[in-house]
Design a protein around this ligand. Structure first.
Ligand SMILES: CC(C)(COP(=O)(O)OP(=O)(O)OC[C@H]1O[C@@H](n2cnc3c(N)ncnc32)[C@H](O)[C@@H]1OP(=O)(O)O)[C@@H](O)C(=O)NCCC(=O)NCCS
Length: 223
């Protein structure tokens, strides 16, 4: 599969895209904005282990990348068709690596990242069980494009590719979460037919505790 939008080319992700995906994740990681130089989470490796690397390493069949004319990853959509199974695999494959990184490196070299990691785990525990969401909307996605490649239609190409993949797998629906501060993502998801299902509180980032998370869903059955 290959398609084009302006200077970008779209294709299925591969394990070798992991580094490029991690970079895009970091550079769009704070409510859609760049974390570079912000001092909010300087341990790039830990951030990638938490939010990006699982997908190209363990579920590349459910991920697509946008690459620029030099072959560099400029954006991606990452996801799964089965969030319950994904959560189990994540715990088995990624959690040991996250803990090893945090305890061997982050706590002394990147203490702010170590503290933020503890905050992230408290926040996700506070969100509670997602069984009903996983039941009706088993797939989930993450989509990110570097700033220079936004608003040119690439996000729409990527989400169409992912939805086609989920439909082909016979899965009934997709869920995703974002922040109420993400002024680019909110209109984008609404335009693509995602509806607000639930407010997730408290917010993910310690410096924006009142920025609530928003859980969106889209049903695919019958479409
Ligand atoms: C959100 C994102 C994936 C959208 O992809 P994109 O390629 O920029 O979006 P598209 O060009 O396909 O836009 C499709 C529609 O989404 C909406 N939209 C997208 N970006 C928007 C923006 N900055 N402001 C308002 N509406 C926007 C518009 O309705 C747009 O349709 P239009 O251009 O006809 O008005 C992209 O902006 C991005 O990666 N942002 C940073 C990372 C991020 O926030 N990811 C989501 C994390 S939850």
């Amino acid at each position: 599969m290959n398609c084009h939008s302006g200077p970008l080319r779209f294709r299925a992700a591969e394990r070798d895209d992991a580094g490029g995906i991690a970079d895009v994740c970091y550079r769009t990681g704070y409510h859609g904005e760049d974390l570079e130089g912000s001092g909010r989470f300087d341990d790039r490796r830990l951030f990638a282990l938490l939010f990006a690397l699982y997908y190209p390493l363990y579920e590349p069949e459910n991920a697509f990348v946008a690459v620029d004319e030099n072959g560099r990853v400029a954006g991606y959509i990452l996801g799964t068709t089965d969030s319950r199974a994904q959560a189990r695999r994540f715990r088995r494959r990624m959690l040991p690596r996250i803990l090893l990184r945090a305890l061997a490196v982050s706590w002394w070299r990147y203490p702010e990242s170590f503290r933020t990691l503890s905050h992230f785990s408290r926040v996700s525990a506070a969100h509670g069980a997602m069984d009903d969401v996983f039941e009706r909307h088993p797939a989930h996605l993450h989509i990110n494009l570097l700033a220079g490649h936004q608003r040119g239609g690439a996000g729409s190409v990527l989400i169409d590719l992912f939805e086609a993949r989920v439909r082909a797998a016979g899965v009934a629906g997709i869920h995703l979460s974002t922040s109420e501060l993400n002024i680019k993502a909110l209109p984008f998801y609404r335009k693509h037919g995602y509806a607000l299902e639930r407010i997730l509180s408290p917010g993910l980032w310690p410096d924006a505790p009142h920025a609530r998370g928003m859980l969106f869903v889209k049903s695919l059955s019958g479409r």
